[in-house]
Design a protein around this ligand. Structure first.
Ligand code: FAD
Ligand code: NAD
Length: 475
């Protein structure tokens, strides 16, 4: 016996569950098979993002930021709070409640949209069949017109620092600490290293981040990365660049990190180590070798621009395929694929995917960096505006950082927007919409921005691209 569906999605993260809901909205009979198990053994839709990534990290970033502000900034506003106390158990319980509520929300959306949600593992077999192995009981066969693979990614493990779940942990482990470590070593100064390093630093840990590259945040615009690095340093985040970690050894109660940089060999004693050196696509047990789905040399499922795999009517989306490992990128691919299956026109504009790092300062960008434009030989103009001159940022006591806009020198089209400063992740939305509509810098110059808001910094950056800034000296 087998069950028949129009669409079977394997993976219930932000790529898979969104694809399933959209397919069902098209009237397609859809199932979503997901293997996620939380630490207490309970199944949950939402994948890495909801259960061990985007959402729990943002919950802890918010809580730790409030703690930090109460400690360091409230006095400047004339607010005294007496002796500050940290209840980490409560902070963690709040985080867990948020993730559980959101995961329950996906189950409710599945029900409302008539998606069949199945907890357990899926394996793609030849001819668009899926072997579904439930958490308990016998495996069964699902037959589908279309299969969407959305199996996500897992953390990269280092041979010199294998995860032990206790003292050497991945990002999930670092979201679950029940005590603030006195000394925390973080290997990898990318997005996870900075976000989780910030959480534990704000809560009192002495955090040292060891980054292999010589340049800080090499994927970001260099000017923005320099400004962020300056602010992190002021906050006491110890970021060491060009550091190659050679060994992580037990040393009594502590761990000893041995690493090398330009200056020579060093040792660092820490209580816990977070390894955050990137993630790799998760395809173990996903593909029967005869299913006809090719995987590239880096382990990603090979797809074309529209997320078609090498097997007919098998699609793949999200972290398990090329492109940035971001929840919103996976979700948009899910919507595109469901629309294409339904026979509609659909595409993902890969040039306009926002990146956001939720630290303080927040760092956000969309489009090309100045270095990318230089390398491509594009003639461009630059507009910048410092939050130091923003009334709203000053009122918030967060008046450091800048907005930088890059526009084509000839056509005036906006090619990139880069922000380091307060609520950059929210502000970047305006730039994303503008670029999606191929706006020019002049379009934003002539758009009315509320006063006093942080968005005025985007307005001024657009004006500055033509030396017309009002609240800054034009150069
Ligand atoms: P996943 O979310 O990984 O979901 C894949 C699902 O498929 C999982 O539930 C998995 O169990 C299941 N699965 C795998 N194999 C099978 C199988 N054979 N059968 C059935 N099910 C299977 N991105 C952002 O955009 N913003 C952020 O703020 C952000 N913060 C992050 C913070 C952290 C700490 C981490 C680790 C990641 C963060 N990310 C963030 C990245 C984001 O989590 C991923 O890009 C996103 O989850 C990818 O979605 P996905 O659906 O492709 O995969
Ligand atoms: P990353 O690619 O952002 O950063 C990894 C860093 O580790 C890089 O700077 C790299 O140079 C460094 N590195 C690699 N090997 C090293 C080594 N042996 N020693 C020292 N440094 C080393 O990866 P990540 O921070 O692990 O995050 C994984 C993915 O999750 C990313 O693709 C990211 O997009 C996504 N994510 C996104 C968000 C967000 O959108 N806010 C938050 C967290 C994670």
């Amino acid at each position: 016996m087998s069950r028949k569906f129009d669409v079977v999605v394997i993976g219930g993260g932000p790529a898979g569950y969104v694809a399933a809901i959209r397919a069902a909205q098209h009237g397609l009979d859809t199932a979503c098979v997901d293997a996620w198990l939380n630490r207490d053994g309970t199944p949950a839709f939402g994948g890495t993002c909801l259960n061990a990534g985007c959402i729990p990290s943002k919950a802890l970033l918010e809580s730790s930021e409030l703690y930090h502000r109460a400690q360091r900034e409230f006095a400047n506003h004339g607010i005294g709070v007496g002796e500050l106390a940290l209840d980490l158990a409560q902070m963690q319980a709040r985080k867990t409640r948020i993730t559980r509520e959101l995961s329950g929300g996906i189950s409710a959306l599945f029900k409302a949209n008539k998606v069949t949600g199945l907890h357990g593992r899926g394996q793609l077999l030849p001819d668009n069949k899926v072997r579904y192995t439930p958490l308990e009981g016998e495996a069964e066969l699902l037959e589908a017109e279309h299969v969407i693979l959305a199996s996500g990614s897992t953390p990269v493990e280092l041979d010199i620092a294998p995860f032990d779940g206790e003292r050497i942990v991945d990002s999930w482990g670092a979201l679950e600490f029940d005590r603030v470590p006195e000394r925390l070593g973080v290997i990898g100064g990318g997005v996870i290293g900075l976000e989780l390093g910030s959480v534990w630093s704000r809560l009192g840990a002495k955090v040292t981040i060891l980054e292999a590259m010589d340049r800080f945040l090499f994927m970001a615009d260099a000017q923005i990365a320099r400004e962020a690095q300056r602010q992190f340093k002021q906050q006491g985040l110890d970021i060491r660049l060009g550091a190659t970690v050679q060994a992580v050894e037990q040393s009594g109660e502590a761990l000893r990190l041995r690493y090398e940089d330009e200056q020579g060999d060093h040792e660092l004693a820490v209580d816990k180590v977070v390894v955050a050196v990137g993630r790799r696509p998760c395809t173990e047990g996903l593909l029967d070798p005869l299913a006809g789905v090719d995987v590239d040399e880096r382990g990603f499922i090979a797809v074309d621009q529209e997320c078609r795999t090498t097997a007919l009517n098998v699609w793949a989306i999200g972290d398990c395929v090329r492109g940035p490992m971001l929840a919103h990128k996976g979700s948009e691919e899910g919507i595109m694929v469901a629309d294409l299956i339904a026979g509609e026109y659909a595409e993902v504009n890969y040039g306009v995917i926002p990146s956001i790092i939720y630290t303080t300062p927040e760092i956000a960008w969309v489009g090309k960096t100045e270095e990318e434009l230089q390398a491509a030989g594009v003639a461009y103009k630059v507009g910048t505006f410092n939050f130091a001159a923003s009334g709203r940022a000053k009122a918030m006591d967060h008046a450091a950082g800048l907005v930088k806009m890059l526009a084509d020198a000839a056509s005036d089209e906006i090619l990139g927007v880069h922000i380091c400063g307060p609520l950059a992740g929210e502000l970047i939305g305006e730039a994303v919409v503008a670029m999606e509509f191929q706006a020019s810098a002049e379009d934003l110059q002539r758009t009315i921005h509320g006063h006093p808001t942080l968005t005025e910094a985007i307005h001024e950056a657009a004006l500055s691209a033509d030396q017309r800034a009002i609240h800054a000296i034009n150069r």
